[in-house]
Design a protein around this ligand. Structure first.
Ligand SMILES: Cc1cc2nc3c(=O)[nH]c(=O)nc-3n(C[C@H](O)[C@H](O)[C@H](O)COP(=O)(O)O)c2cc1C
Length: 237
């Protein structure tokens, strides 16, 4: 399976076996990460792969491996991290492995540059999903204008499944907006909507590349006015 097909069938898992990935697979995955073109040319996102003894947090699923994802202050830091590691989520799924973003997880060793974690390993049972089984907002709720790549962005995972994104497709480019906050009590606790938009941008990138075009995202001015409750982030050219 390729990354694009994974978008339409993937599912997060909470139930991993305790079996670690073979060393060779970890090596291949690290090599894959090196091939991902960053969202912004100067983005600097780093990571560690650790075992369960190095992480803490409420409700963290038991898994053989965790990514701890880091970055110093930089433009769209969390968005760049979401973009890079959603490629890894799709890669793992395409290889028969599974993962889950974990906003509630922290490294045992505190670090001010820590952004978020992700559990990964072998799923207890292989999980696949049909399109109709994705619990997602409709295209009309998250977009204006037509561009088939938005079908892929719509299916992106997000914290609390909040899907805090909006897209306006107009004469080629896609203008990307972030919902300022998630409503209600959950929204008071959840502050990663910028990272979620990076995840959706990854799906846009994979869909763009699938169509044989290069993906380019720029922080630009001159976008259609931001819909109520959203902020303009940038443009997919
Ligand atoms: C940024 C982010 C943080 C998340 N944090 C958690 C978490 O702390 N605990 C958890 O069980 N799931 C977490 N999730 C998983 C989401 O709940 C899940 O992706 C969403 O419900 C959509 O389901 P799907 O990934 O199966 O499509 C997180 C997902 C994202 C993208």
């Amino acid at each position: 399976m390729d990354l694009y097909s994974s978008i339409f069938t993937r599912k997060s898992t909470r139930n991993f076996t305790s079996t670690p990935l073979p060393e060779e697979k970890i090596k291949e995955m690290k090599a894959f990460i090196e091939t991902v073109k960053p969202l912004l040319p100067d983005a600097k996102i780093s990571y560690k792969i650790v075992g369960p003894e190095m992480v803490k947090g409420v409700g963290v699923p038991k898994a053989p491996h965790y990514f701890l994802i880091y970055g110093k202050e930089q433009p769209l830091r969390n968005t760049c991290a979401g973009f890079l590691f959603q490629h890894v989520d799709l890669y793992l799924f395409s290889q028969g492995y599974a993962s889950r973003w974990i906003g509630m997880m922290k490294p045992k060793e505190a670090d001010a540059d820590f952004i978020i974690g992700m559990a990964f390993g072998e799923p207890e049972k292989p999980e696949q999903r049909a399109l109709k089984d994705f619990d997602r907002k409709s295209l009309a709720e998250i977009s204006e204008g037509k561009d088939s790549r938005i079908d892929a962005a719509r299916l992106a995972p997000s914290g609390l499944n909040g899907q805090p994104w909006f897209f306006i497709a107009k004469d080629g480019p896609i203008f990307v907006y972030r919902q300022k906050k998630i409503n209600g009590l959950p929204g008071m606790m959840y502050k990663m909507t910028d990272l979620d938009v990076g995840i959706a941008l990854c799906h846009l990138a994979v869909a763009t590349e699938k169509s044989g075009k290069a993906f380019e995202f720029v922080i630009s001015k001159g976008a259609p006015a931001a819909p109520d409750g959203t902020l303009f982030i940038g443009t997919v050219k």
